[in-house]
Design a protein around this ligand. Sequence first.
Ligand SMILES: [Cu+2]
Length: 317
Amino acid sequence: MRKNARTAGPLLAAALAIGVALTGCGSTSQSGQTTSTVATTTAAAASAATTSATSSASTTPTPSESDSSAATSDPSPSAATDGSESSSSAPATVAQDIDAACAALVKIDAVPQPSSDSDAPPPAAVNKQFGQAVEPLLEEALAKGDAELAESLTVLQGPVEAAASDGTPIDTEDEKIGMALAGYEAWAHKSCGFQTVDLMAVDYKYQGAPKTLKAGVSSIAMMNHSEKGEFHLALVVQPKDPKITTVKQLLAIPLPELQSSVDIFGAAQAPPGATGGVLLDLAPGRYFIVCPVAVGNKPDSADLHMFHGMAVTFEVS
Ligand SMILES: [Cu+2]
C-alpha cells in the first residue's frame, strides 16, 4: 500500500502537496538512518494498472487458511490426557515466517491504489476493492511477521477493514497512517533480505542510483537530503515503447503524453530529512526513476525536478 500523491492532472505533475502532510512524520534522521518511509503511487499508477506485479497481487488474496484451520480444528478432546502441559487448546498463533510476511508486503505494494485526487475522489466501490485486496495480505503479514512489523501494520488494520467493508477511503494524509506505511517499508528494507537500493535525493539529482538490478524484488529506499525544502520522489516507470532507452528520449515525450506512455511501478517519496521506501517486483527490462515534483512545489507547474537532473535509467536483467 502506498501513500497517494494528490494528483489531478497530467502525469505526476502534481505529485506534490503530499510533502505537507508528511513533514511532521517523525523524521529524526540526519545521516542516513531510516526513520520515516512512505511509499507512494501517484494517481496515475491506479490507472496504469497494467503492471505484471499488479495482476499477481490480485490473484493471491488468501492468507494460508489451510495452516490456521488445521491448527485450530484439531478435535481431539482427550488430548489433555497425554500429560503435556499444553492442555487441550491448540495454540492460536501462527509460526513466524519472515519470508512470508515480506512476500505479503510486496503484494500489498503492488495493489493499485485508488486515486486520492481530492477534486475527483474515487467511488466507494473502488476503495472497497482496494481494501478487500489489501486486507488478507495485511493479515498475512501480521500473522507471519515479528512484533516490530506488527507495530506498523496494526495501525493500518482499522482503516483497511473500513475500506474493505464499506468503501471508506483510507486517509493517507493522516500522520499516523503515513507513519505506519513508513514503518513497514523501513522494516522490509532491513529485514526481508531483498535486493536493496539506497538512493539519496538532492536538489536536483539522485545519488547512488543503480545502473543494473537483478530481476525480482527490490526494496528502494530514498533519503531526501534536500536543502531547499523540496519534497522528492523516486518514481519507477517503464516506457511502453521499448525503443526508449535513454533519459533524453524519455524526457522528450511531451508531458501530457507521458502518463500514458509509461507503466508506473511505484515510488519512494519523502519530505526533506526523511526516507521513503517501496517494494517492487521487477521483470527484466529498461526502467527509469524520475522525480515528478515541481520546483518549489508550485501547483500546475510543468517545471519538474526530472527536467533538472532527477531522472536516471537502469536495466533489470
Ligand atoms: Cu524531486
